[in-house]
Ligand binder design. Structure first.
Ligand SMILES: *Cc1c(COP(=O)(O)O)cnc(C)c1O
Length: 234
């Protein structure tokens, strides 16, 4: 994969260099789109990489991170918070309802709300924990059977149900377009859905396609490989 930096997990200087390069590419993409770079937040996806890699990124000025597993996030992030109060954690992976309470405890943003049962579990967990992470609805823009996310055709109704049935405030949308094909129509479609619902946050774009996502209005890009290097295959 051409966008993969070599594995940088154990090399703080490589992480700092990769971060600077990614930020420069974000700035260039913003310039091409006539956007202020301050409107795009970089979420550094540290999944599978050790806490040392997160510390190296923190030292290089990165504050916002993404993890896809609750268990891994619980092990890595709470110990870092006292010394790094600027740290913000986004949960970006498929979430089981029985992990809702831990998710609410550990995350500042949950990007993967995609079904009524999870909406109910998160509403209940937020009441019990007295903590309210921001919530994004994940849409399966390619309607891929193996992928998480609410199907396209159900997105409007699900957004209304989150608000009306579960009392949840949704701040934005997230998508992961199909690996094959042009991601831009998916990003554009998600931006249209957000506009219809008055949602300001659009989490879209990863190492391989974040420039296209910025062109279509991404406010958050989730980038792992280009910062921390390649990950072991699951
Ligand atoms: C792993 C992951 C990313 C980061 O992907 P890269 O290609 O490594 O940048 C982004 N979003 C989600 C939901 C992920 O699981």
């Amino acid at each position: 994969m051409t966008d993969a930096a070599p594995d940088a997990s154990s090399d703080p200087e490589a992480i700092a260099r990769n971060l600077a390069a990614v930020k420069a590419r974000i700035a260039e993409a913003c310039a091409r789109a006539g956007r202020d770079p301050g409107t795009v937040t970089l979420v550094a996806v540290s999944k599978t990489h050790p806490a040392e890699a997160v510390l190296a990124a923190l030292a290089a000025g990165q504050a916002v991170f993404g993890e896809n597993r609750v268990q891994e996030a619980m092990a890595k992030f709470p110990p870092l918070r006292p010394a790094h109060p600027q740290l913000r954690l986004h949960l970006i992976g498929a979430l089981q309802t029985n992990k809702a309470r831990e998710a609410v405890r550990v995350a500042d943003v949950i990007e993967s709300l995609d079904r009524p049962k999870l909406a109910a579990a998160l509403a209940d967990a937020m009441a019990k924990e007295g903590r309210r992470p921001a919530l994004l609805v994940q849409v399966n823009t390619g309607d891929e059977p193996q992928k998480a996310g609410v199907p396209r055709a159900e997105a409007d109704a699900f957004l209304r149900a989150c608000r009306d049935d579960h009392g949840l405030e949704i701040t934005g949308l997230m998508c992961i377009p199909p690996v094959e094909g042009d991601p831009r129509p998916h990003f554009a479609w998600l931006a249209g859905l957000a506009a219809r619902h008055g949602l300001r946050t659009l989490s879209m774009g990863m190492s391989g396609d974040f420039e296209a996502a910025i062109a279509e209005g991404a406010t958050h890009v989730r980038i792992g490989t280009a910062i921390f290097g390649s990950r072991p295959k699951p």
